[in-house]
Design a protein around this ligand. Structure first.
Ligand SMILES: [Zn+2]
Length: 148
C-alpha cells in the first residue's frame, strides 16, 4: 500500500510542475495591492529590525566569550556561551530566510504575480495574506507540500 502511494505521487509530480510553468500567476484583480504593499513593507521593516537585534546580540555574546578564559574552571560557562551563540545564529538564519521570502513577495507584487497559489493557481485568501503576506501557497497546498 505505501509503495503504491509513492509511485502515484511520483507520477503526479511532473504534471503539477508543467501546469505551474504554463500559466504565469496573476495578482487577483480585486486584491488591494497598495494595502498589501504596506503590509509587506511593514513585515520587511520588522524583519530587518529583528535581524539587527540578533546581530547585536551575537556581537555581544562573541565579545563576552573573548573575555572569558577558556580554562577548565570556566568550561560550563563556555558551553553556555557556545549554545547561546548557536541559538542566535540559527535564529538569524531563520529571520534572513523569512526576509528573503518577504522581499520576493514584494517583487511578485510589483510584477503583478502576487496573491495566487503557485501550486493550484487559485487566489490566496486575503485573510491568509494578512497574516503571512509572503505566502506562496493556499492553505490546502501548503499543507499538501508539508506532507511530502
Ligand atoms: Zn493552492
Amino acid at each position: 500500500m505505501p509503495r503504491k502511494v509513492t509511485a502515484a505521487s511520483r507520477k503526479l509530480a511532473p504534471a503539477v510542475t508543467a501546469r505551474v510553468q504554463e500559466s504565469k500567476p496573476q495578482t487577483p484583480k480585486d486584491l488591494d495591492t497598495a494595502r498589501f504593499a504596506a503590509i509587506l513593507d511593514e513585515h520587511i521593516d520588522s524583519a530587518r529590525a529583528k535581524i539587527d537585534t540578533v546581530l547585536a546580540d551575537i556581537r555581544e555574546v562573541t565579545a563576552a566569550a573573548k573575555d572569558t578564559p577558556a580554562d577548565d574552571e570556566h568550561d560550563p560557562e563556555g558551553t553556555t556561551v557556545t549554545v547561546e551563540r548557536a541559538n542566535e545564529v540559527s535564529m538569524l538564519a531563520a529571520l534572513e530566510a523569512s526576509l528573503v521570502e518577504l522581499l520576493d513577495a514584494r517583487v511578485r507584487l510589483d510584477d503583478g504575480a502576487y496573491g495566487v497559489c503557485e501550486r493550484c493557481g487559485e487566489p490566496i485568501p486575503e485573510a491568509r495574506l494578512e497574516i503571512r503576506p509572503e505566502a506562496r501557497f493556499c492553505v490546502a497546498c501548503a499543507a499538501a507540500a508539508r506532507r511530502r
